[in-house]
Design a protein around this ligand. Structure first.
Ligand SMILES: NC(=O)c1ccc[n+]([C@@H]2O[C@H](COP(=O)([O-])OP(=O)(O)OC[C@H]3O[C@@H](n4cnc5c(N)ncnc54)[C@H](O)[C@@H]3O)[C@@H](O)[C@H]2O)c1
Length: 242
């Protein structure tokens, strides 16, 4: 019997990377995990979060409303600011902000209707605090998610729903590899040359592992974090100091 036995946890972006590690960590603590991803067959729920208008029906249609919602799905186009076209800017906001907002809204509304409490964890990024070259739209979307985390915590606290976020630094996932490839193309260098100097400059001198983000997610959802809400916790190996 783990700490989350009897609890249902919905994790978006659970097919790979950080979302997958978070889903596994909650399973290890005894939770019933509903993974959601757009990759068909990879998780319990196949859903493309760009279909934002379907999100309320999705949550209302679940047999059990999740006690814990983890918004881990996210996308990042990597290109120079002057090359970001408006449709891809809007797509970044649609997945990283609008879908996360609709999931929070639908989950909280159902929990309140059912007289239950719960919590939300949003996976933001340290790019939401410190701008990174070639990530103007992504950084802005993550800053918006940090702000929404605070607004939701303020609104939902009286209903016993805590809302927090995690801001990872550079984590060893498929997204990080694809960003390195895209950056390499933009800068005309090999992908590893976009990562190597940044990692060497990190206080802890290495990339983070998805499990290290998952441990923070489990902590924030646990009773040990019962008095924490509206926070965004940096888990970035000290990158913010560089
Ligand atoms: N990897 C990092 O270094 C890093 C750093 C800071 C923040 N983050 C954030 O952490 C989260 C997870 O990142 P990751 O590195 O694991 O990424 P990833 O690309 O490896 O995994 C993301 C998952 O989300 C899913 N997804 C994307 N768009 C979706 C959609 N429209 N509908 C449903 N599912 C969708 C993908 O299919 C994938 O399985 C993201 O929000 C990302 O912005 C990652």
């Amino acid at each position: 019997m783990g700490e989350f036995a009897g609890k249902t946890v919905l994790v978006t972006g659970a097919a790979q990377g950080i979302g997958q590690a978070i889903a596994e960590a909650f399973r290890a603590e005894g939770a019933t995990v509903l993974g959601l991803d757009r990759q068909a067959g990879a998780t319990e729920i196949t859903f493309d979060l760009s279909e934002v208008s379907g999100i309320h029906a999705l949550i209302d249609g679940l047999e059990t409303c999740p006690d814990v919602l983890v918004n881990a799905a996210g996308i990042c186009h990597t290109r120079r600011m002057l090359d970001i076209d408006l449709p891809s800017f809007e797509q970044t906001f649609r997945i990283n902000v609008t879908a996360a907002f609709a999931l929070m809204q639908a989950t909280a509304a159902r929990l309140i209707r059912e007289g239950r409490t719960g919590c939300v964890i949003n996976i933001a990024s340290n790019s939401g605090f410190v701008p990174k070259l070639e990530q103007a739209d992504y950084g802005a979307s993550k800053a918006a998610l940090v702000s929404l985390t605070r607004s939701a915590a303020l609104s939902l606290g009286p209903s016993g729903i805590r809302v927090n976020a995690i801001a990872p630094g550079i984590i060893d996932t498929p997204l990080t590899q694809s960003i390195a490839v895209q950056r390499g193309e933009v800068r005309g260098v090999a992908p590893e040359e976009t990562l190597r100097p940044v990692i060497a400059n990190l206080p802890l001198g290495r990339m983070g592992q998805p499990e290290e983000i998952a441990q923070m997610a489990v902590f924030l959802a646990s009773a040990r974090a019962a008095y924490i809400t509206g926070q965004t916790i940096l888990v970035d190996g000290g990158q913010w100091m560089r």
